[in-house]
Ligand binder design. Sequence first.
Ligand code: GAL
Length: 387
Amino acid sequence: MRKTNDNKVFQSGIFSLVALLFIYIGFVRAQQTVYKNFHPGEEWLDTNGEVINAHGGGIIYFDDTYYWFGEHKIAGPEGNKAMIGVHVYSSKDLYNWTDRGIALQVSGDPKSEIVKGCVLERPKVVYNNKTGKFVMWFHLELKDQGYSAARTAVATADNVTGPYTYLRSYRPNANKWPINATAKDTMAAKGGDSTLLKLPGMERATAGFYLRRDYPIGQMARDMTIFQDGDKAYLIYASEENYTMNIAELTDDYLSFTGKWCRLLIGGHNEAPAMFKVGGKYYLITSGCTGWAPNAARSAVSSSIWGPWKKLGNPCVGPDSSITFHSQSTYALKIQGKKNAFIFMADRWQPENPIDGRYIWLPIQFNTDKIVIKWIDEWNLNFFDKN
Ligand code: GAL
């Protein structure tokens, strides 16, 4: 009898110790969440002490607050598929982020295009002044179809943090030629387009093969971003089996396409677009196409969004610049209240355990007409006042 009581006392003692340990760990983590600096590539906790889960993200500034939207990833290789949806966080200072929940949930309905297990990547949100709605665009791959659907999809909400309602997906601009199509682009090759099949992909793209192939069904749309320019907004996306980038103008409500679009970096094999505008010039940062593995970033500039785009080369300099500091671009964030201040946002993917992917945020610097991105272990927004 006595023994049983002793056991109970012992067990409840252990239980209390474990509980105290958990409380202590929680306390220490909560303590760590007050940041005054960016620490690119390091674990980044939200204000609850949880690791921020918003990959392939984008940020919108609304009502004096930044909102960070990104792919919620789970542990293990299945985590590359959308099992939860789009996560949103808010922040006033860009260092400390509060979890605002899941803005767009994947669906439990097997007939839904965004059913759990689909691929839902690179969500970007813009606010439409005319309709008062928030509009989210993202890259969608239908469940169990690999990356073959190559669609872009749209959802809307009345409140910035959602819930977002899924509307539909697109292969953009079916039966519309781009504004920079040449007469040759619109005509099949001599002897038929099948003669082009022997060419490498890049040359097929330059010969207009994919453009003509997908003309009746709409162009492929994979890695993407949204760029808002005054009241206008544009979808910038990797098309033509990732060989060509496209820019397509959105309708006034931002929910579909006007039919005005152009091709750029034709045959260049780019993905992961991030766009920003400085002094009337548009800058585009992209990556090469090596899946989750990092490669060298590229950049381009143009005085008009419709081109002509001039290539500027790799904006990254210093050690590991040939692999974008082990990351891939996702967004160029404009800093409020500072002149010409932009953050290059990139993902350090962990395809084997996607939840463990890290965020690389670095300042974008300007050198005459070029943009420059340098690695910094730790930095804050004062950087933009000094440089
Ligand atoms: C990357 C792309 C990611 C994801 C991945 C899949 O290149 O940027 O968003 O699509 O490929 O392999």
